[in-house]
Structures are given as structure tokens and as C-alpha cells.
Design a protein around this ligand. Structure first.
Ligand SMILES: [Zn+2]
Length: 749
């Protein structure tokens, strides 16, 4: 042991000539004489890493007691000399500075986070440490920490960085990924842990009591439940009527209440550095004369009205809360940028890519042309205050191929080049096992830190390091196959797809074969690699199962067996929800998949054609049933959460445990609405069963199987409704049949 230590410290002994007063043969971590909490934490982290790498028990000492070669952490005198020499006048946000000096190496940076990141950059880029996930890392054997040939100065273009994945909720891993923003929404499925101050802390929104989401906040500050009755004029005038959909942004009384409410929130939560002042997640902007006049002033767009309001609120809160930034959306009806107005210095605008195609980079897909115009406009309207919001997964099915491998890095660069100062990448927040979920998170984090990094090299590095060298080749083949499958610009891959019509059987078979080779290669390299590769195979298996009839892959019983096996594996991997869209649980998916493939033995028509057998159940009159003898046509107007009662459409009597087959099609182009079983006022995801992604946009008839829960009361109803109607929506129902299946279904897993 002692001999090993002596060998390990040989370079230190050799370097003693440089700092002759040192007697002991030991490297040191040198801190400033009065270190900050962050410097102490960074030094402790470095010490721990050196121990793991076999670099010995390196002591943390004050700079004056350091031996060469020393690792100078934070604002040491040696760092000051080196930064002076390098001409560093002032630190940019999160900036790191690493430099070899005759006495060792300087690891310094912005006192907030920069020092933490400098140590991490040293460990990652110069020592070869890798933090693959929150629980899986790699520390190489490194008897003597490198001190020569190090020179790096870097500040990330995105000052605010967040990737929205389950694993990134872990505070320490977030620090490893150099992420510094923490959003909360209602669908996280796990606790968000704040980064402690000594590790740099995080930017965050206020925590609203009883509400997990920090977004879409108009009604948080001016709730319609409290104010609509007495002040309908505070809410948007829509088609001549005041509706609790959005706020009337020129109503001064409303603004006063809004500001007072916002100030109360900020005063009660001093840790909040950002607060959303943003539209509800639905249409319904105010069309009153005053609001229309403001819109006209700024290009005739609702975004002008929004920025005008947010700027005013920002001006009013600034004196009391100078360090709080207001955060608003360019989203849906506000995505088109205004003209003749720029956002205030204490406001950022989150421009969302919703509705774009994701198979190609935003700048390459012809379908994204208007988005590029919007980006350009917002870069001008929000200079230095633009915040990107990109969607980086398949919200219909996390464990399904979502080949945005080219788009993901290119879009990060696009936003950086447009001058965006923040980025939020919305990924697989509900699920720890999406397609290459760890790789995606790691890759995105590295690109947000440095958008110019070589994404292909990073990808290959992760594949080799995390799955093993043998498997990496085949996994890369899988990724390339999928990427090639969506290369045609005529393909428009949205963020909601479950069947991937662009993936042919031939590609699917090749992908499955590549995955099988990857698993075999990983098994040869060790059980850890094998476990990780097997988890990725769930994706190709899902692809095959979801397209079973299309690919003509074999018998129904074979499919059922594999579906059960697949769901079992998914559950073992810790998955609760398979998608964000509706939080589909594994068990529900299993039932749906199995029933979709089973022969129907008996059918009993509950409803077919004749509209007189359906009745709207809709207090606001937003639903019309106008069908023919062959099918019922149900038309629904946009409504929303703020408009209770708008969502119910029609009802059919059912009994507990009934299985119903619904033949229907959507005839409106927008909306993604499935059938829901609803037994009371509240819809519970667990009581929701449906098959298929949603109604296809090609207007084909589809079959959907719905099961009534066992607790449905006598005289219960199947209600066909929109969970959160954003747009006008029309479906046609041909028939609803009560069905019995030919064999028992193994629904227990
Ligand atoms: Zn108005």
C-alpha cells in the first residue's frame, strides 16, 4: 500500500523543486485563505474524485500551505495571477477558467457555480470521469492527476439551462450536468430537489400552494373561481361574450389585482428568481376594443397585447423585486412575434416549438418555415431575453423510436445562434426508460453547456462507455437506421406518435436485428452492460408490437405473449407511465394492446348510427350532435379547464366491467382526443382505456376498445369528451358495441 502511494506521488515529489518550502511529499488541493462555501464544496468534490481514481488521499489546504503540484480551486492568489495574465476582466455567468501553471493547475471561475463547474470540467475533460446517470458513473484509474497542458476558458451561451427528465430532478446529478434551472409541473412523478447553495443553487419559480405547475399562471394570480362572478370584465371577451379562458389585458382593475397578487406570492417565497406571467393553456384572448387597439399597435397580433401587459407588470414589480425576472410564453396564439415593441429588461420570453416537425432540424424542415420567422422576430423583440422551449421526446410513447437525433443538437445550436439566453428541453419527465433516455439527457446537457461540441462524438462516447464497445457499434447502427427512416422532408414527425408510419417492416426488422446484436455483444462484456442494452431493446420490441398487424408479424397469441412480456420488462425497469399525453399506465396499456388483438366472440349493439340515441351533456352548449342515420356527428367548440362543463359531449349507458368497441373517426384536422370512460365529475387516468394514438389525421375510421371500470355505478355512462379542448373538434361515431372476448385475458402482471 505504502509502496503504491509512493509511486502514485512520484510526480509530486519531482515537482517539489518548484515549491521548495514544502516538506511533505503530497499533492494538495489549494483553497483561498478564506474560502466560500461553494469553493469548499468544490474542493471536497475534487478530493473525493481523486480518492476514487486512486490518486491518493489528497489534502485540502489553504493556498499558503500548498505543495506543488497543487490544484488551485476557486479565487486563489494563483488564480488571480493567471486570470490577469489571460486578460479576464469580469466573469461571465457560470464561466470556467482552467490553466496549467508552474505550480500545478488553476481551477477557477465565476464565484457562483463557475468554481463548481471548473472542478467538474477538470474531472470530465482532463481526468476522464464520466457521470452517465444519477447513479452510474465511471472514474478511471489515475494515480497522478494531470496538471500539464491545460488551458480552457468557457462560458455557456445559455445562461439558464434545464433538461426535463426524471434523472435530472436529482440535485447532485443536475450539478454534474451543469444545469441550473428547476421547473415544477404537475406531471413530474418525482420530487424536484433544489440544488443547495454551496453547489451553486438553482433558478426557480415560486412554489404555488396546491399547484405543482409553475406555468400558465394567469389564473393563479387572478382566479376565475374568485373573480369571474363579480368581474367578468376582467376576463377575455370571446365572440362577444366574457369567458374565463384568458384575461382582459387592458383592464386596469384586473392589472392592479394581478400585480398585488403577484407581489404577495413573491414576498412569500423569497427564493424565487423567476415567475411566469403567462397565458392559460388554451385559446380565448380578449377581443375587446381596448385589447384590439393594443394589438393593432404592435402588428395586429395577440403577442403584442401580451408583451405590453407583461412589460407593465414587470415595471411595477421591479422596485420591490429587482432580482426577479418575469417569464412569459410565445406559444400557440402568441407564437408570432409582435412588431414595434421589445420586452423589458426584467422579462424573458419562452418561445415554444410546439407544432413543429422534429424529424429534421428546425431550420431544414420545410414545415417549420413560420417557426423560423417567429424565432427571427422574437430575437429582435426579446434581444438577450429569449428563452427556448423545445420538445425532445415522443409524448405519445416514451419507449418508441423518436429519431430526432439530427434535430436535437441542431436546434440547440439554432437557438444559441439566435441569441437565446436560456433553454428548456422538455423530455421524458414521467418515465425513466424512454428510448436512450440517459444518452439523450447527457447529450443535451453537454450541448447546452457548449452547443459547438461534436454531438456525434459525444453520442459515440456515451454508447461505448455506457453500453460497452461491442454493443456501441450496433446501437449506433440502430440510431442511424432510424435517422435515415425520417430523412425525407415530406415526413412530418410530430411530438405525438405511437405507430411511426414512416418505419417500414424492413427497417423495423433491421433495427430489431441490430438491437439483438447489441444485447449479445453487451452480454459478452458484462452484466451491467447487458442490463442497459436489454432496456434499449424494449424500444424495437414496442415498435414491432405496435405495428403487429401492419408488419404481418405472426399470430395474435404470439403478439399477446410478447405484449405481456414487454409490459413485464417495462415494469421491472421501474416504469409507471408510458407517456405524458395522458399518463397511460403499464397495466392499461397491456389491457388495451391485448384486447386490440383479440377476436370478438359476441357483439351487442349499444349504439349504431342513429343520432337520437346520443344526447349532449353540456351545460354551456358547446356541443352539437348533427349526424345522419349512418353515423353520429359530434361537434365541439373550443373550451377549456377554465370553462367547466365544456368538455362533456355525449353519453351512452354502460354497466360495470363492460367492454365496448367504438368505431369512429375524427373529421377535424386538429386535436388529439381519445375516448374516456368517465364515471363522475373527475376523470382519472387509471379509469381510461383506449387504443391507438388518437384519431388519425387521414380521417380513417378506427376501432377503439373501452372498458368500463368495475366501480362504475348502476346506470353509468360512457362519456365521449375532450379532456382539455383547445380547438373546435368533430368526430363521427358509427357504432358502439358491447363485446365479449373469445378467451380470458391475462390482465394481471
Ligand atoms: Zn380586453
Amino acid at each position: 500500500m505504502n509502496e503504491k502511494r509512493a509511486i502514485a506521488f512520484a510526480p509530486c515529489i519531482a515537482a517539489l523543486a518548484l515549491v521548495a518550502r514544502c516538506a511533505a511529499a503530497a499533492c494538495s488541493i489549494a483553497l483561498p485563505e478564506s474560502p466560500t462555501a461553494e469553493e469548499r464544496a468544490a474542493a471536497a468534490d475534487l478530493q473525493d474524485a481523486l480518492r476514487r481514481m486512486g490518486s491518493g488521499d489528497v489534502q485540502i489546504v489553504a493556498e499558503s500551505a500548498a505543495c506543488a503540484p497543487a490544484l488551485f480551486v476557486g479565487a486563489t492568489r494563483r488564480a488571480a495571477a493567471a486570470t490577469n495574465e489571460a486578460g479576464v476582466a469580469a466573469w461571465r455567468p457560470d464561466e470556467v477558467f482552467l490553466a496549467s501553471v508552474p505550480e500545478g493547475v488553476v481551477l477557477a471561475g465565476n464565484p457562483v457555480r463557475g468554481v463548481t463547474y471548473a472542478v467538474e470540467t477538470y474531472l470530465e475533460d482532463f481526468c476522464g470521469v464520466r457521470w452517465w446517470t444519477s447513479t452510474e458513473s465511471f472514474y478511471p484509474r489515475l494515480p497522478s492527476p494531470p496538471v500539464k497542458g491545460i488551458s480552457m476558458r468557457h462560458a455557456p451561451p445559455f445562461i439558464f439551462r434545464e433538461t426535463y427528465y426524471r434523472d435530472a430532478l436529482d440535485a447532485e446529478f443536475k450539478v454534474r450536468l451543469k444545469q441550473n434551472f428547476a421547473s415544477r409541473t404537475s406531471v413530474m412523478n418525482a420530487e424536484q430537489h433544489d440544488i443547495p447553495p454551496e453547489r451553486g443553487g438553482s433558478f426557480r419559480f415560486p412554489i404555488f400552494k396546491g399547484r405543482k405547475s409553475a406555468y400558465h399562471t394567469f389564473f393563479v394570480f387572478v382566479p376565475p373561481a374568485v373573480h369571474f362572478k363579480d368581474h367578468p370584465e376582467w376576463f377575455g371577451l370571446v365572440k362577444g361574450k366574457r369567458e374565463a379562458l384568458q384575461l382582459c389585458l387592458t383592464n386596469k382593475e384586473m392589472e392592479d389585482e394581478f400585480v398585488a397578487s403577484l407581489k404577495r406570492t413573491l414576498a412569500g417565497d423569497p427564493g424565487a428568481s423567476f415567475v411566469q406571467v403567462s397565458q392559460m393553456d388554451q385559446p380565448g384572448w380578449c377581443e375587446c376594443a381596448d385589447c384590439t387597439a393594443v394589438m393593432e399597435r404592435y402588428g395586429g397580433l395577440p403577442s403584442g397585447l401580451m408583451i405590453d401587459f407583461v412589460n407593465r407588470v414587470a415595471a411595477r414589480i421591479e422596485p420591490e423585486f429587482p432580482n426577479v425576472t418575469l417569464d412569459t410564453f410565445a406559444y400557440q396564439y402568441t407564437r408570432r412575434p409582435p412588431t414595434g415593441i421589445t420586452v423589458r429588461s426584467n422579462v424573458v420570453v419562452r418561445l415554444c416549438t410546439s407544432g413543429c416537425a422534429y424529424n429534421l432540424p428546425l431550420a431544414e424542415h420545410p414545415g417549420n418555415k413560420t417557426f423560423l420567422e417567429d424565432l427571427d422576430g422574437w430575437a429582435k423583440a426579446a434581444p438577450g431575453r429569449l428563452f427556448a422551449w423545445d420538445y425532445v421526446t415522443d409524448f405519445m410513447s416514451y419507449i418508441h423510436p423518436h429519431p430526432n437525433w439530427r434535430a436535437m443538437p441542431a436546434n440547440i445550436r439554432l437557438f444559441a445562434d439566435a441569441g437565446a439566453v436560456g433553454a428548456f428541453l422538455q423530455g421524458d419527465i414521467l418515465c425513466p426508460v424512454g428510448e436512450f433516455v440517459g444518452l439523450r439527457l447527457w447529450l443535451q446537457a453537454h450541448l447546452l453547456w457548449n452547443p459547438r461540441a461534436d454531438d456525434r462524438a459525444l453520442l459515440d462516447e456515451y454508447l461505448r462507455g455506457y453500453y460497452g464497445k461491442g454493443a456501441a457499434v450496433h446501437l449506433r447502427e440502430y440510431i442511424d437506421l432510424m435517422t435515415a427512416a425520417v430523412a425525407d422532408p415530406k415526413i412530418r414527425m410530430s411530438m405525438y406518435h405511437e405507430f411511426s408510419p414512416w418505419i417500414t417492416k424492413e427497417t423495423s426488422d433491421k433495427a430489431s436485428a441490430a438491437m439483438a446484436r447489441a444485447v449479445a455483444a453487451a452480454e459478452a462484456e458484462g452484466p451491467e452492460f447487458a442490463r442497459r442494452a436489454r432496456r434499449e431493446r424494449l424500444t424495437t420490441e414496442h415498435l414491432a408490437l405496435a405495428n403487429w398487424s401492419k408488419y404481418g408479424d405472426g399470430s395474435k397469441s404470439e403478439r399477446q405473449r410478447r405484449v405481456v412480456e414487454w409490459v413485464r420488462s417495462v415494469k421491472e425497469a421501474g416504469v409507471q407511465n408510458l407517456r405524458e399525453f395522458d399518463g397511460m399506465r403499464c397495466e392499461d396499456y397491456l389491457r388495451a394492446m391485448i384486447f386490440a388483438g383479440m377476436a370478438v366472440a359476441q357483439e351487442e349493439p349499444v349504439f349504431s348510427g342513429d343520432v337520437s340515441r346520443l344526447s349532449p351533456n353540456d351545460s354551456l352548449g358547446l356541443t352539437r350532435i348533427v349526424g345522419t342515420n349512418d353515423f353520429a356527428r359530434i361537434e365541439m367548440s373550443g373550451g377549456g379547464k377554465g370553462n367547466p362543463g365544456a368538455c362533456l359531449a355525449t353519453t351512452v349507458a354502460i354497466a360495470a366491467g363492460d367492454w365496448l368497441r367504438v368505431r369512429a373517426r375524427q373529421t377535424s384536422r386538429r386535436g388529439h382526443m381519445p375516448f374516456y370512460v368517465k364515471t363522475g365529475r373527475k376523470t382519472v387516468c387509471g379509469n381510461t382505456y383506449f387504443i391507438g394514438p388518437r384519431f388519425p389525421r387521414d380521417m380513417k375510421w378506427v376501432e377503439t376498445y373501452v372498458k368500463a371500470p368495475e366501480d362504475v355505478p348502476a346506470g353509468g355512462e360512457l362519456r365521449i369528451f375532450m379532456q382539455k379542448p383547445l380547438w373546435d373538434w368533430t368526430i363521427e361515431i358509427k357504432s358502439i358495441d358491447r363485446v365479449v372476448f373469445s378467451s380470458p385475458v391475462p390482465v394481471d402482471i
